[in-house]
Design a protein around this ligand. Structure first.
Ligand code: AMP
Ligand code: ZN
Length: 114
């Protein structure tokens, strides 16, 4: 997707503060953090949102969560705790339409659900 900001981060056309990358996912620090640790884990392949997921994507989405867990360990927030969020469309608060998992931690979350 030529106009997608996260596709451009995956290809390196837009700079990002990367914390992890493999053949399926890329993780980088959110430009406008909502917590002391705020990392986005994105699929290297463009998928608009959860609404566009297919059965064939199940292993990829599982990998997204495993990557998030490993990053939480590396960032030192696994034991204190963290929140994983995936927003979908307008009511979910999605602003970038390339599927991504927010990893938030480093302080108690202010709202029970976000
Ligand atoms: P969402 O609202 O769930 O779609 O999340 C999009 C997130 O992407 C927001 O938290 C933004 O701060 C973040 N974001 C947008 N552009 C960039 C960028 N160039 N680098 C890092 N994070 C970004
Ligand atoms: Zn994209």
């Amino acid at each position: 997707m030529t106009d997608c900001i996260f596709c451009k981060i995956v290809t390196g056309d837009i700079p990002s503060d990367n914390v992890y990358r493999d053949e399926q996912v890329t993780a980088f620090r959110d430009i406008n953090p909502s917590a002391p640790t705020h990392i986005l884990i994105v699929t290297n392949q463009h998928i608009d949102s959860v609404n566009k997921l297919r059965v064939d994507d199940e292993a990829l989405i599982g990998h997204l969560f495993t990557a998030a867990k490993n990053i939480a360990v590396k960032e030192g927030i696994a034991e204190s705790g963290y929140r994983l969020i995936m927003n979908t469309n307008a009511d979910g608060g999605q602003t970038v339409f390339h599927i991504h998992l927010h990893l938030l931690g480093g302080a108690p979350m202010k709202h029970p659900m976000g």
